[in-house]
Design a protein around this ligand. Structure first.
Ligand code: NIG
Ligand code: FE
Length: 425
């Protein structure tokens, strides 16, 4: 018999990708589907995944163990959000309103708004305030079904302020059921005070910030925004090569507003991911497929920016790139923490099928963060992270868009959110 502390039965459907690495091509949408399913968890990990009948035959609950009846809902792995800008202060709702009436993101950035207005607010905020923001946002993300979150700095743009953001990530996440993966994004844009002296800022990132980031152990990855208004390709290469030498993994904001060659650079450097990619060239996408660089779609951000091209979901999938779907949560281009929302747009605007998008937002996302051996799917041995959606099968996740049907969220084998809303049988 399998001993367990926690059992979940009454799942009309359980749908999960399987494996410890990324799924690509025809495998992207290959899920294990179990009808009338049950799972068992012990020591925070899955010890059984199968049908209710098998569960009854094989699993014994330990003394004091609990069993939850999911009431006919659907279990999916908890989402893994592989791209967010979590530690910031202040929102940008008035810029949003300007954009609705025709102003562009680039115009607002060029006059010192956009990222720089969040930089000003974030510099003013105390470490305590920022870590409170991080914690509150992690609470919101857990309630939306997310179990692992990547979080970038990039709104400090001085050595002290970047470190303050990374420290806020660490403090805000301490003891929280959502795991956080921190990324240093000092090369997000050139700060206002050094706009006329960009080489100086670049040297500051490479010679002052990266050594401090390395010494503090506060980041696993470094990221650079490659863009006309941020960093050019050769500048990005310098920062990313230096980060690699210091033992950090690298990720790239690539080809978001134009084809800047970011995808190709990411592939060349063996980056964990190239993100956005709306304007990525075919050659850049092919290079990513060859290098195994994950392509992180941020389709809620494209939608929110009213981007004139659609997210290249189908293109990346057909090219054999390990596709990831993430939120891009930030105050400028995606003020929504919801991965489910990103999935709707990945399907409706990006051309992914529902099963493909589920893999992209779970197992593939976990792989892009170096967590696929431990998380991203509902499999024996992996971390007990799953979400019970109040719907009869996985298709309703996208089909009934616009509404969250998240019922119960289980992270590390603990129920962290329970709305008790069972799907009517
Ligand atoms: O991923 N592209 C650059 N960075 C963010 C936006 C940050 C902001 O507008 O504050 C993004 O879209
Ligand atoms: Fe981003």
């Amino acid at each position: 018999m399998i001993q367990a502390e926690f059992g979940i039965v009454g799942l009309r459907e359980l749908a999960t990708p399987e494996g410890k690495g990324p799924r690509t091509g025809n495998e992207l949408g290959r899920l294990r589907i179990v009808e009338d399913a049950a799972v068992a968890i012990s020591g925070g990990r899955f010890v059984f995944v199968g049908t209710r009948d098998e569960y009854r035959a094989k699993v014994r609950l330990a003394d004091g163990g609990r069993e939850l009846d999911a009431g006919g809902g659907t279990a999916l792995p908890a989402f893994v959000d592989a791209h967010t800008h979590l530690p910031f202060a202040g929102w940008r709702e008035t810029e949003f309103d300007e954009r609705l009436r025709g102003a562009t993101y680039s115009e607002i950035a060029a006059r010192g708004g956009g990222i720089l207005s969040t930089v000003a607010r974030t510099r003013e905020a105390s470490l305590e305030q920022l870590s409170r923001n991080v914690r509150e946002r992690l609470d919101a993300m857990a309630a939306l079904g997310t179990g692992i979150v990547e979080a970038k700095s990039g709104y400090g743009l001085t050595p002290d302020d970047e470190l303050k953001q990374l420290e806020a990530i660490r403090q805000g996440a301490e003891g929280h059921p959502v795991e956080i993966v921190p990324t240093f994004l000092g090369a997000h844009t050139v700060p206002m005070e050094l706009r006329e002296n960009r080489e100086r800022y670049l040297l500051q990132v490479i010679r002052e910030m990266l050594p401090r980031v390395e010494a503090s152990g506060l980041a696993e990855y470094a990221d650079v925004f490659v863009d006309e208004h941020a960093f050019k390709l050769d500048e990005a290469r310098m920062v990313l090569e230096s980060a690699l030498e210091r033992g950090l993994g690298v990720r790239v904001h690539a080809d978001q507003l134009a084809d800047d060659g970011g995808a190709r650079l990411a592939a060349e450097l063996g980056a964990a991911s190239a993100d956005h990619l709306e304007y990525a060239s075919d050659a850049g996408i092919e290079a990513m497929a060859r290098a195994g660089t994950c392509g992180v779609l941020l389709p809620a951000a494209s939608f929110f920016l009213r981007c004139d091209v659609m997210p290249p979901g189908r293109k990346l999938a057909d090219a054999g790139v390990p596709v990831v779907v993430a939120s891009d949560f930030n105050p400028g281009t995606c003020p929504s923490e919801s991965v489910a929302t990103a999935i709707w747009f990945a399907c409706l605007n990006g051309g992914l099928g529902v099963d493909e998008a589920i893999t992209a937002a779970t197992l593939n996302a976990a792989h892009s963060l170096g967590r696929a051996a431990d998380a991203g799917s509902i499999e024996v041995g992996k971390r007990g992270d799953l979400v019970i959606h109040d719907m009869p099968n996985r298709y309703h996740l996208v089909y009934r868009f616009g509404v969250s049907r998240i019922g119960t969220v289980v992270l590390g084998g603990q129920v962290v959110q329970s709305q008790g809303t069972a799907w009517p049988v």
